[in-house]
Design a protein around this ligand. Structure first.
Ligand code: BEZ
Length: 221
């Protein structure tokens, strides 16, 4: 099982710390990030959920709705949120909902990490990240083992690339950050690129003499 890039993300029923809804209603017309966790009251997850909460303004600035998922009950999540807020130095309302995930949802979405098992020997949920577009289609998925925490700054960098390349015919090179030069996509001819990118593009010379590395300023700036 699992969801492939470009597929409509399953419209799962979400029982969350902020009410119950269908995932597509939660996403509405926005982008969304769904990130999963093996279980409540686990140390790496506590750091991840706190970091994600601290970065909420960055996700808001990109119109990305945040939703976490952990395989425990809503009541358990409410108790754990107090620890997350204490650990991360956060006060007030916790800024995004956490789904009370089930093993079935985790299996359906391809979230299980066979190398990490719970006390009963059942595989734990891996650390999945799903970025879903306003069309409800999966734009990116990341799958980390339970033992490795995610870099949420990298996730924001990736969202910048996804949102840019959703509307402009560019691709972003290794380690790209918003505002840096982008590559003209290979499917565009030079003539088309000249029309689409008024600031022009520069071809990088390579031994093959093929003109396929074409850099243009970030067209969103
Ligand atoms: C954690 O969140 O700390 C964790 C969860 C499962 C396995 C290993 C670490």
């Amino acid at each position: 099982m699992g969801v492939n890039l470009g597929q409509v993300f399953p419209n799962i029923d979400c029982k969350t710390t902020k009410g119950d809804y269908k995932l597509h209603d939660f996403i509405n017309e926005s982008w969304a990030i769904l990130f999963s966790h093996p279980a409540d009251y686990t140390p790496v997850c506590t750091t991840e959920l706190g970091t994600a909460a601290q970065l909420k303004p960055e996700f808001d600035a990109r119109s990305v709705r945040m939703i976490g998922l952990s395989i425990d009950s809503v009541d358990s999540h409410h108790g754990w949120i107090k620890d997350i807020q204490s650990y991360a130095g956060l006060k007030g309302d916790f800024p995004y909902p956490i789904i009370a995930g089930t093993r079935q949802t985790a299996a359906d979405l391809g979230m299980l990490d066979p190398d990490e098992v719970d006390a009963t020997g059942m595989p734990l949920t891996a650390r999945c990240v799903f970025i879903i577009g306003p069309d409800k289609k999966l734009k990116l998925s990341l799958l980390y083992p339970a033992t490795t925490g995610r870099n949420f700054n990298e996730i924001i960098r990736v969202i910048d690339s996804l949102q840019l390349t959703a509307t402009k015919k560019v691709a972003t090179p290794a380690n790209w950050k918003s505002g840096e030069d982008c590559m003209v996509v290979p499917s565009l001819s030079d003539a088309e690129a000249k029309t689409l990118f008024p600031k022009g593009f520069k071809v990088t010379e390579v031994p093959s003499k093929k003109s396929y590395i074409r850099l243009t300023p970030d067209p969103s700036k």
